[in-house]
Design a protein around this ligand. Structure first.
Ligand SMILES: [Zn+2]
Length: 113
């Protein structure tokens, strides 16, 4: 028995409504080239999307220069620009802005190549 069918996955990507106008800094290359995307991965059968692999689309900040995509939950600055969830009384624990350096490593996220 041989399967001729092709299974795979397809990721839909579009600008997030309400945030199309936003241009934010990419934490990977430092350029102000990041845009907010809505990404939704589907399982495909014969190139036809049939089952969503996640319950709902996830929101990411994507950079077209270095192809770095980062979950928007790591970018409270972007959420603030979007007028995101208002967190009353939320105290930022780590409120240092840049500088210092030393350790830390790469920001959370991933690079699609
Ligand atoms: Zn970048």
């Amino acid at each position: 028995m041989f399967f001729f069918f092709t299974c795979g996955s397809h990721t839909f990507q579009s600008r997030l409504k309400g945030a199309e106008h936003l241009t934010v800094q990419c934490q990977n290359c430092g350029n102000f080239s990041g845009h907010v995307f809505k990404r939704w991965q589907w399982f495909t059968f014969c190139f036809v999307p049939v089952i969503p692999l996640s319950v709902k689309p996830w929101h990411e900040v994507g950079c077209h220069i270095c192809n770095f995509y980062q979950d928007i939950k790591y970018r409270p600055d972007v959420q603030a620009q979007m007028g995101g969830p208002h967190q009353q009384g939320a105290m930022p624990m780590n409120n240092y802005n840049g500088g210092g350096g030393g350790g830390g490593g790469a920001p959370p996220g991933q690079v699609y190549k």
